[in-house]
Unconditional design. Structure first.
Length: 500
């Protein structure tokens, strides 16, 4: 398999121009930027550096496609057919897309091939399959009127996505937005545009009409802001940091009051109660929750809140497993579980937090620094701090790297108070064999997803979104994601007859 992938890698021809109105085009002013491979620090591709004028062009194409009806007026079964073909093409090109994603984002190839790309195709397919099975409503009026409540596509959707799951995050926006009949202008993160540009081409091959999907790569403070402020975009869906997400609300308020949907950061708790299942069962799940995707995961279980009676044994187990099971290495190697962090500056930020943890007096029990420096890549050893308090910065701020912070508790009330004492509310886990405790905690935790005896984001049939400063205005995944890309319209028909 390694040899087959090496061949795929050698044959890669990256798509590096913007995808606007059904074709690849350079930035209007011809500028480009260099995207680098985070595993080596070396240049990978020269990509179109778009600006506000390119966003304008893309929005014009999307608006034209929307108003022409080429997409929104297709029968849902027809949109479904094209989107399923798109999903099939993503699956058929798994090796190429996965290799591209790994080289571009540093994500371990084994994860990308088995999870990211299949989930990307699966998301498009799920929303496509749902769309010809959803009915509108007739209101419970008397015979004097017929009140229809129908859903219509919102129009032109702007999407701005992060670098941690480039293909998957795109699909979480494109699946529901396209299935419901909208046209889209999407901006990938500057660091990771390549998989989405190739996906756009595959969408064209599948039969998506020109202008329905447009991809505009470029910097957040230029292209992202142009999307956020564009007067002809009806809805903007953003996934990224809470800080940038907040600015989208200002932009909307200052311009055309476009609907804003935000999926933001987290500092998610994993609570291990005294009566948790055996620790050999839960230790791997606890580590998965924090080290999966290098901890560059919005719902990473970055705070382990453990009952004092289980603390010593759990810490011993996970500290050993962090070193033995979480191999740091070349992300193109099938056995690697932790690849490089996305950029040099992000590496420095994460190393900075490790220093903060030390200085705050937490006990370092695993990792604690940069590794594989000679590669030129941005690698950090999986790191665990024990004996922390919830007041420490390593317990309060989103590190977005492979760093776990452990806090001990004595009572259920204390565990809950610590878990909820955060500005975030994206995900949480509770480990207990007591059914009542499980239900009580699941209800009391202020988070969009609560896993019981597991770490999970649910599946495509469940909504994903955040409480508090982890989210705003909507959800990804499931039919609930359709709400943010559609308008509810009332059609009221007077049935009274006059004069007869
Ligand atoms: P980021 O906020 O820096 O960037 C996200 C996107 O916004 C990128 O495309 C970027 O180019 C763009 N952007 C940057 N500055 C902008 C600006 N001033 N105006 C408009 N757009 C701008 O986030 P990131 O570093 O790419 O991703 C990490 C963050 O994303 C973390 O906080 C993580 O928790 C969050 N995230 C959340 C989810 C979720 O579903 N809740 C999923 C993945 C990541």
């Amino acid at each position: 398999m390694a040899r087959a992938l090496a061949e795929v890698e050698r044959g890669l021809q990256f798509r590096t121009a913007a995808w606007i109105d059904g074709e690849f085009v350079p930035a209007l002013d011809g500028r480009t930027y260099t995207s680098e491979n985070p595993a080596t620090g070396r240049p990978l591709a020269e990509i179109a550096l778009c600006g506000a004028a390119d966003v304008d062009l893309a929005v014009t194409a999307a608006r034209h496609a929307f108003e022409s009806g080429v997409w929104r007026d297709l029968a849902p079964a027809e949109r479904k057919r094209i989107l399923i073909r798109f999903a099939d093409l993503i699956d058929a090109n798994n090796d190429e897309l996965a290799t591209t994603e790994t080289l571009d984002a540093g994500k371990p190839i084994a994860d990308v091939r088995a999870l990211d790309i299949p989930d990307t195709a699966g998301t498009i397919r799920w929303h496509a399959e749902a769309i010809d099975k959803l009915y509108d409503q007739v209101a419970p009026t008397g015979p004097a009127a017929v009140g229809m409540v129908v859903r219509e596509p919102s129009g032109v959707i702007g999407a701005v996505i992060p670098w941690n799951y480039p293909a998957q995050m795109a699909a979480w926006k494109l699946g529901p937005a396209l299935a419901t009949g909208n046209c889209v202008v999407i901006k990938p993160a500057q660091q990771t545009a390549l998989s989405l540009l190739r996906m756009a081409e595959l969408a064209g091959e599948a039969g998506l009409p020109p202008g329905v999907l447009n991809v505009v790569p470029g910097p957040g403070d230029v292209v992202g802001v142009a999307i956020a402020r564009h007067p002809d975009i009806d809805v903007v869906a953003f996934t990224g940091s809470t800080e940038v997400g907040r600015s989208f609300l200002h932009h909307s308020a200052d311009t055309n009051l476009k609907r804003v949907v935000l999926e933001l950061g987290g500092k998610s708790p994993q609570v291990v109660m005294a009566d948790a299942p055996p620790l050999d069962e839960i230790a791997p799940k606890v580590l998965d929750a924090i080290f999966w995707n290098m901890g560059e995961n919005c719902s990473a279980g970055s705070r382990l809140i453990v009952h004092r009676s289980r603390q010593a044994e759990l810490v011993e187990r996970i500290a050993a497993a962090a070193a033995s099971d979480w191999l740091v290495g070349d992300p193109m190697d099938d056995t690697t579980r932790i690849g490089p962090l996305i950029t040099r500056s992000h590496l420095e930020r994460v190393l900075g937090y490790i220093e903060v943890g030390r200085a705050e007096g937490a006990r370092l029990v695993a990792g604690g620094g940069r590794v594989l420096e000679g590669s030129g890549g941005h690698f950090v050893a999986p790191t665990i701090f024990d004996n922390a308090t919830n007041q420490m910065r390593i317990a309060r701020e989103e590190i977005f790297g492979p760093v776990l912070t452990i806090i001990a508790f004595d009572t259920e009330a204390e565990a809950l108070a610590i878990a909820n004492d955060t500005p975030y509310g994206l995900a949480a886990s509770v480990y207990t064999e007591n059914l009542r405790v499980a239900h009580r905690m699941a209800r009391a935790l202020r988070a969009g997803t609560v896993g019981i005896n597991t770490y999970s984001e649910g599946d495509l049939s469940t909504p994903f979104g955040g409480y508090k400063q982890s989210g705003f205005g909507g959800h990804d995944k499931s039919v609930h994601a359709h709400d943010q890309y559609t308008e509810l319209k009332t059609i009221w028909i007077d049935m009274t007859e006059t004069g007869s």
